[in-house]
Design a protein around this ligand. Sequence first.
Ligand SMILES: C[S@@+](CC[C@H](N)C(=O)[O-])C[C@H]1O[C@@H](n2cnc3c(N)ncnc32)[C@H](O)[C@@H]1O
Length: 278
Amino acid sequence: MADLYATISEVDQNVQERLADVLEMRAADVQQLEMLESYLSEIDFPNESRVLEIGSGTGGVTRTLARWPGVSEAVGIDPSPVFISKARELGSAVPNLTFEHGDGRSLPFNDQSFDVVVIHTTMCHVPDPEELVSEAYRVLRPNGCLAVFDGDYATATIAKGDFDPLEACIHAFRDSFVHDQWLVRRLPVLVQSCGFDVKPMRSHGYMEAGKGSYMLTWIDRGADVLVQTGSMVKEKADALKSEARRRSDTNNWFGHIAFASILAIKPEKHCYLDQYIK
Ligand SMILES: C[S@@+](CC[C@H](N)C(=O)[O-])C[C@H]1O[C@@H](n2cnc3c(N)ncnc32)[C@H](O)[C@@H]1O
């Protein structure tokens, strides 16, 4: 099955609404928030910064950006009308926050109109991610900063030993919810090839030990995919979901996702040449 997020605007409205709930659950997760704040703290936000999040979903990250010191305006863009309407509803009390409907590969914004662009757990879902990075480059001001954060999903695991049957759900989840589970490993080269000066990539560990939370949704969604693709009967998929709940209820759950962040600067020298290249 193809990555649902990659073709989100064609996905059934009910499914988009369920995904919106998962995005908000993840946005409220303390470890996820700590990882976000950790890499945002490394960015030198100029005073009165105008900031863009590409692939803003229901707006959890963009809401944090709107409140970040130095930020005067935060804009989120996403191709899902369901996510955008939820993001507008949840962000209605934040005055310097707006959301636009659109594709990150052809942004409806002027050249050099943002100080910082953030792409948070979105790039691995987008075919042709070079187009996202090139658009980020175009809309950034000289010396502007691009921040990309994504999962090294190829190594995500809930296994407690070899041949753990629950791991099949993780594999099925990755196949249908992640376009490129290896993206992080080529991120520095990809970003550099679009003209950026790249800083060293950083690792962030996300662990669920004892009780499960966000990764239980991976089990449910992966088990559903196994049934939909005819790889497993529903009774067995239900048994896997119950086993995951049993581990969590008895404090025996384990799950880990390695995330990575990278910061990149749009160099002034390239901006001078841009006018001749266009
Ligand atoms: C896992 S969600 C992350 C949402 C948000 N950044 C967050 O962390 O809560 C991935 C997002 O990428 C968006 N997306 C998919 N294709 C896209 C594209 N071509 N341009 C911009 N966003 C895209 C999806 O609609 C979805 O909201």
